[in-house]
Design a protein around this ligand. Structure first.
Ligand code: SF4
Ligand code: FES
Length: 497
């Protein structure tokens, strides 16, 4: 067990682990000491001097990020002497900073603004012109650089050298000419490049997808889990619903990493930017193909689907197939089992991962299988049935009449089958499309059952390591949509009734 060291910070007793600095121990204890260059995952170069603190018995202020915690140390981070030193460091950072907060996209979550209000508030002594540098430099597909706003903390350069190991950015020049810039001939285009907007404490590196869409103080947030692959990274979901004229009317504004043991401080760009079409092609209304304009209630449709399933199964119990997505939550999987296995005694299930759900894998976070919860399916007893889906085999069985009915959950087989899709769908006696999006299958289904997407419900995923993680609703369901588990339960009631 690691040895613990006790010291006092601003009158509070703090316990540090052996080898920790004063700043690390303070952060772990939930006590804030100002800092820019230190980042828990990127080390402490000690160059910004914002963390200077008064230490009893020491002749000069010390940088808390470089100061090892020692037994009995008495540290003051908010004393007049500490505040003077921190304020002086801040003033130096602002010597060439453009102070363009009203038009800066970082406003509201900027380290410079926060510390100026907390510990700065000095009348500026600067009379000379500020040095100017490049603004609005699109350094990669996701990140915009503003060199004037940079405070040279080097977090970005450390990220591309230590985390993404892609080495596209560096700090070049000296004195007034020192600036963060691309390595000549390179583009900031690594699979984790969006994290640069998170690590930059000021508005020098901003997210091209999010910038100028909505001011951060209009955002709402909820803790969630990324459904982009089987890693299940922790995310914070930011939504914009109070001002629909912002963010091009999109309810989902951005996804940010949320620290968990699973993903540390990072998420990949695929997960971060995979939400662009979140509100596109959504199902919000319960619908019957032969009567699309009718206002139907869930009870009516569940009864009709239950009768259609029962009648078909009386003739051919093996002819109903279910195609489901590995995106179902643990709660969905349990209700799915209860309906299709326990109540209907079905045996034909077809689950992903499919060709469009398999992608790149690396040693940091990204996993090859791009579905979040096949492990949940295995835990619900479908382990042996989760294998690559044989779409051609299924098409052949529909054409030969072996399969008369298809219940599709959050997949789009008509799209997968391409030119054959329409004829195959029209050859079925029953096609049910349940999910958040219509797709091509929804346009041809006898019944459309609108389901919530993961951001509109509470639930949990089990990742490839077996870790169960819960997510919270960030948005209201659209129209009549309800969670998949709730639809399965309503249908089970109708089937049993
Ligand atoms: Fe630090 Fe941002 Fe400048 Fe990089 S761009 S050195 S992260 S302030
Ligand atoms: Fe300590 Fe930058 S955080 S010097």
């Amino acid at each position: 067990m690691a040895k613990t060291i006790k010291f006092r910070l601003d009158g509070t007793a703090v316990e540090a682990l052996e080898g920790e600095t004063v700043l690390e121990a303070a952060e772990r204890a939930g006590l804030r000491i100002p800092h820019y260059c230190w980042h828990k995952a990127l080390g402490n170069p000690g160059n910004c001097r914002m963390c200077v603190v008064e230490v009893e018995g020491a002749p000069k202020p010390q940088a808390a990020c470089r100061l090892p915690a020692k037994e009995g140390l008495v540290v003051r981070s908010a004393s007049p002497a500490s505040r003077r030193a921190q304020s002086a460091a801040l003033e130096l950072h602002l010597v060439d900073h453009p102070l363009d907060c009203p038009v800066c996209d970082q406003a509201g979550e900027c380290g410079l603004q926060d510390y100026y209000m907390d510990i700065g508030r000095y009348p500026s002594a600067m009379r000379e012109d500020k040095a100017h540098a490049a603004k609005r430099v699109p350094v990669g597909p996701h990140i915009m650089l503003d060199q004037e706003r940079c405070i040279l903390c080097t977090r970005c350069a450390r990220f591309v050298s230590q985390v993404s190991k892609s080495h596209e950015l560096g700090i070049f020049g000296r004195g007034h000419n020192e600036a963060v810039a691309l390595v000549p001939g390179r583009v900031l285009d690594n699979p984790y490049s969006g994290c640069l907007a998170d690590v930059c404490p000021v508005g020098a590196l901003t997210d091209r997808d999010f910038r100028f869409q909505v001011r951060v103080w209009y955002l709402d947030g909820a803790d969630s889990v990324c459904p982009g692959c089987s890693r299940g990274c922790g995310i914070r979901v930011h939504t914009s619903t109070r001002r629909p004229w912002h963010n091009k009317g999109r309810r989902l504004a951005r996804l940010k990493p949320r620290f968990t043991e699973v993903n540390g401080h990072w998420i990949c760009d695929e997960g971060r930017y995979g939400y662009a079409d979140f509100d596109t092609d959504r199902l919000g209304k319960v619908m019957r193909l032969k009567d699309p304009s009718a206002e139907l209630g869930w009870d009516v449709v569940c009864d009709e689907v239950a009768v259609a399933i029962r009648q078909g199964m009386l003739k051919d119990p093996a002819g109903l197939a279910v195609v489901a997505s590995g995106g179902l939550s643990n709660e969905d999987w349990r209700a799915f089992r209860s309906l299709f296995v326990d109540a209907l005694k079905l045996e034909r299930f077809l689950f992903a991962p499919e060709p469009d759900q398999v992608g790149e894998q690396d040693e940091l976070l990204r996993r090859r299988d791009k579905v979040p919860n096949l492990e949940g399916g295995k835990a619900a007893g479908f382990g042996t049935q989760i294998k690559s889906l044989d779409w051609d085999g299924l098409a052949g069985e529909i054409e030969s009449g072996k399969v008369w009915g298809l219940y599709v959950v959050d997949r789009d087989p008509v799209k997968v089958w391409g030119e054959r899709g329409r004829a195959l769908a029209e050859g079925l006696s029953l096609l049910v499309c349940q999910g958040p999006r219509k797709g091509l299958t929804g346009g041809l289904a006898h019944y459309r059952l609108p389901a919530t997407d993961w951001l509109e419900e509470a639930g949990s995923f089990t990742n490839f390591q077996g870790q169960v993680q819960t997510y919270l609703p960030a948005l209201k369901p659209l129209g009549a949509a309800r969670p998949d588990w709730d639809i399965f339960s309503a249908l089970e009631k109708a089937v049993n009734g």
